[in-house]
Each structure stands twice: as C-alpha cells, then as structure tokens.
Design a protein around this ligand. Structure first.
Ligand code: NA7
Length: 538
C-alpha cells in the first residue's frame, strides 16, 4: 500500500447508491463479513423511489414481484396495499428494509461520490466524495441506477421564465401546490403519462407538450385485502422461482404463443385477454414476434391504436395521441389509468411539438412556432441520460488512469453489464448490456446481479486473490453477442432512451441486453460455474 492510500480509511468495499441494488448489496457484503460503506447523494434510501417524487409516480410491476426475496421474515412482515403501489409505498418498503437489516449505520447520506481511481500497485480503489473525504477499498460496486441523471432540454430563454420549473426526478420533498395554477408538462413518456393523468383535475389549466405519442396499456390496480395478501404470500416461493426464468423477470412470459399459428379471431381474442389483464402482460407476456416481425408488430399496434382512439372524444386530439410513427413495444410502454380521459377535459390542451416546435422559453411560458403558452409552472418530464449518464459523470479511472467516459467514447463496452475491462474489482448494476438496463422487472435483475457480484467477491477473497477483471476477449465476445441480438429486433428502428437517442451526441446503441433475463442469468451462472471464465485474477 502506498503512503497516500494507507492514510485513508480502509474498507473492503464501497457501494455507491442505496436504491434497490445498493441496499441489497450492502446487506449481502456485510453478511459475508466485509467492511462496507455505502454513499448516497440523497438524504434517504430508495434511489428512483426517493428522487422521483412527482405526483402520480407509481410502479408498473406488480408489487408481489417488485420486492426482495432474500428474507422470509421480510416477506412475511411486509404487506402490499395494492397491485401497483405508489412511489410513497415503495419508498416506505425500502425504508422498512433499511431499518430491519440495520443498514443505515453503514450508509453515508447527503454524500455524492465524485471520483474513483484504481491504483494498480495496491489493486485498490480510492473513492472520493463531494465532502472532500477519500476512502480506500478493494471492491467498488456502482448501484447508481440506470435512470438517475435527469435531462432538461436546453431551450433558449430558460432563465427568463418567471414561473417555477421542475424536473420530475428532482421534485421537492415538501411537494408543490399546483391548485389553481396554469401548468405545462413537457414529455409524454412513462413519467409524463403518470403526471398528466394525476394533475389534470387539480390544476387550473394544463398544457401538454407532446413530441412523440406513446402507446400505453390500461392499468388494473385492485387494492389488496388480507385474503388476497395471504393468497399471494402462499405463491411467493413459486413466484421467486418463476421470475428468474422468464424473458423480462416478470411472472408472465411469452411462452409458446405463436402469432402465425392463430386465426385472426384467435389473435384478437388472445390480445383482448392479455389487454384485460391490465398489466405489461400484453407487451412482454404476449407475442414475442412483436419485437421481431414488422407485420405482426403492425397488427398488434393497430389493436392498441384502436383501444386508445376509443377513449378520446375529439378525433383531432385522437389523431395526435395515437402513435403512428413507431411500432408498439419498441419503446417503453407505460401503464396508464386516466391518461386519455385527461385530454377529454376542457382545462387540458395538447400541443404537438412536432407540428409546432418549441422555439424558446419566455418570461411568461413557452413559445412555439404557433404562439405563446402562458404558464405559472413548467414541469419537465423529459427523461434521463440512461445507462451511461451517471457512470460517465463520475471521474472513474481504471488501469493507466483511463477515464470510463473515454473508454466508452468509441462505443460502450461491458462484460455482461457487470464489469468493464480495465476496471478491476469494479462492478456495476443496471449498467448497459444487461437486461437490467431496461428489459427487466428491475428487482429481479438487480437481485440476480447483486448475488452474482457477491459470489464473485467471495470467490476472490476465498482464493486469497487481490483482483478480478473481465478480459478484453470475453468483453468483445459479449458486446458482439449483445449487438447481434439487438440488431435482430425492431427496437433500434425507434428513437428512445432505450437507444440513447434522447441524448444529443450519444451514438445510437441498444442499452439493454435482449436475450432475456432468464438466458442472461444462465450465462452469468455458467461463467461462475466455470471458475469465472473470461475473467482474469491476480
Ligand atoms: P422518457 O421516456 O425518456 O420520456 C421523455 C419525454 O420527454 C418524451 O416524451 C420525450 O419526447 C420528451 N422530450 C424530451 N426532450 C424534449 C424536447 N426537447 N422537446 C419536447 N419533448 C421532449 O423519460 P421518462 O422519465 O418518461 O421515463 C424514463 C423511464 O423511467 C421509463 O421508461 C420507465 O422505465 C421509468 P420524445 O419521445 O423523445 O419525442
């Protein structure tokens, strides 16, 4: 150990971020007897469910699979109140977990990790925070989330606006009084949909600035009573097993349904049944061809367009809200409750920013090519620099001082989304080229990744090794495999955060591995079973 490092506080591992992944990672590593410290920029646990405090924020996965499986006591003690819980309940759950397992004592809140540098001579990381502190750790786990760097479009005149601006991911803890206000929302992704349907009847006037219309599926969200909870609890062991063996980590899956094998009537009937489930089942439990076959995708898209159109009173508004420029499911499909009904209200105006682009922000609101919209509050539901955004904003330097941002400048590369060659002992969760990056019920994939990382760290320690690193060859192989699968799908044909096209200058690349969470898990397990094949140790 060099002099500088020996003067630092010594840890076995640092975990960055305490959302779903970070909390579990902290627990697992402590369980293995490691000294661990977790750093969190927020003042509380929860990650996504801590930051995104906007009205209407809610989970699109069923509560009974959007949870941890590692503790029977936890599964017994925690009672979900409904099928798709609101943000507040999910945040409460994560706080309950933090308390139950005494995790807070090893979490340093209100602290952002600004840099992490690998020292080849000691094979350790030096982790620096915005509080000016540095720590030395053998292992570094980035639980920084895939959707944690919010994006605000650089509209000219931003600073001239006299009203209040808010990004959904930086919503004030004390809340915002929208009553009697003229509110604008920019963005109609999963976030925009939830905000719009929630605030439409609270505000004086709502102007929705839509650039791309989205497909949505109606959410069926029954409340749970004790009998329902008991029935679900009895299924937990099977569900735990099930979610690990499906394409997207949900309890439903594509199965053997083959669109071509069905008559037109059978297709309609099957689609209707899936539709009535009121979940993402229609998308990732329906027909897998939706991702591969343009004609089938079009038929499914037509079904959804029709369902959307039926709910909108004004056919001219419907023309704008019904997506026609991309196929169903090639970008994230949000669940919605009263989204279209919001546009049937007299106090809600839809502005199509493709037809009349936003030119600038003014003192009073937003100027489009067709005129000015006066607003008291402007909400940016404009998304995130997904996958790479947060990791590249931290000064992460691996072997030879190579900045991760520079390592990815010629194209993202990861080994199964878990490591990057040149960054020994650094692990990532929800990073590019794993299903967790987008195509997964997030807790399923995060728990699988954390378990894998924990086993890997345990392997290194038990063998008396100092480091483990993905080899360049294994990485190139994984990247090629990822790209090959990505290009078989229709997803790269559609612009979205899945492809990184929402960020100016980001080369289009599908962020999530689309081989399936089940296939991915098997691939990770195989690597482990073969003594971490493709990884070099020292
Ligand atoms: P998304 O899905 O990236 O949506 C962002 C929205 O903001 C989308 O409708 C964008 O239109 C719109 N946007 C972004 N920039 C602009 C500008 N400059 N002008 C007009 N409209 C703009 O982010 P979300 O927060 O909704 O969801 C992210 C994920 O979080 C979600 O998928 C869930 O997995 C959880 P565009 O579509 O680019 O034309």
């Amino acid at each position: 150990m060099n002099q500088v490092q020996s003067s630092l506080q010594q840890l076995d591992a640092v975990v960055v971020g305490v959302g779903f992944a970070g909390l579990y990672q902290l627990h697992k590593l402590r369980e293995q007897g490691l000294s661990v410290r977790a750093f969190e920029a927020g003042s509380g646990v929860g990650g996504t469910w801590y930051w995104n405090r906007y009205p209407g924020a809610r989970v699109d996965s069923q509560s009974y699979i959007y949870q941890y499986w590692f503790s029977d006591d936890l599964l017994k003690e925690w009672n979900w109140s409904e099928r798709f819980p609101a943000r507040e309940e999910t945040e409460r759950y994560l706080n309950f977990v933090a308390d139950k397992f005494d995790l807070r004592e090893d979490i340093q809140f209100n602290t952002r990790v600004t840099a992490a540098t690998y020292d080849e001579s000691t094979q350790r990381w030096t982790v620096t925070t915005d509080k000016g502190e540095s720590f030395s750790a053998q292992f570094l786990v980035m639980g920084t989330g895939g959707l944690s760097t919010p994006m605000v479009p650089p509209f000219p005149g931003h600073d001239t606006f006299k009203g209040q601006t808010l990004h959904t991911a930086h919503w004030p803890k004390e809340g915002v009084d929208l009553k009697g206000k003229r509110v604008g929302v920019i963005g109609t992704g999963a976030t925009g949909v939830q905000v719009i349907q929630t605030i439409a009847d609270q505000v004086k006037h709502l102007t929705v600035f839509q650039r791309t219309a989205n497909y949505t599926i109606p959410m069926l969200n029954p409340k749970y009573d004790d009998a329902m909870r008991a029935s679900l609890r009895a299924q937990y062991p099977a569900l735990k097993e099930r979610v690990q063996n499906t394409f997207a980590g949900f309890d439903y899956d594509f199965g053997d349904k083959n669109f071509h094998d069905l008559t037109p009537e059978e297709r309609q009937r099957t689609m209707q049944t899936l539709w009535e489930d009121g979940s993402l089942n229609f998308w990732i439990g329906g027909f897998k061809e939706v991702f591969f076959d343009e004609a089938i995708n079009e038929e499914i898209s037509k079904f959804v367009r029709q369902r959307i159109r039926e709910r909108i009173k004004d056919p001219k508004v419907a023309d704008k809200l019904v997506p026609t420029d991309h196929g169903f499911g090639t970008r994230r499909v949000p669940l919605a409750t009263l989204y279209y009904e919001a546009f049937n209200r007299d106090n809600v105006l839809l502005v199509d920013t493709k037809a009349t682009p936003i030119e600038r922000m003014t003192e009073k609101g937003i100027q489009t090519s067709a005129g000015e919209h006066e607003l008291d509050i402007l909400i940016f539901a404009t998304g995130f620099d997904a996958g790479t955004g947060t990791l590249t904003r931290i000064d992460i330097r691996g072997r030879d001082g190579l900045l991760l941002k520079d390592a990815w400048a010629d194209g993202i590369r990861t080994t199964m989304g878990l490591q990057v060659h040149g960054y020994p002992n650094m692990f990532m969760t929800m990073a590019p080229f794993s299903p967790a990056a987008a195509f997964c019920n997030v807790p399923t994939c995060l728990q699988q990744q954390v378990d894998w990382i924990t086993d890997c760290i345990q392997f290194v320690r038990s063998q008396g090794l100092k480091s483990i690193e993905a080899s360049a060859e294994a990485e190139a192989k994984w990247v090629a495999h990822h790209d090959e699968l990505a290009n078989l799908t229709l997803i790269p044909k559609t612009k979205s955060w899945y492809m990184g096209t929402n960020v100016k200058g980001k080369p289009p690349r599908l962020l999530a591995y689309v081989g399936g969470a089940n296939v991915y898990r098997q691939a990770c397990d195989d690597v482990k079973a073969r003594g971490y094949e493709g990884f070099t140790t020292a």
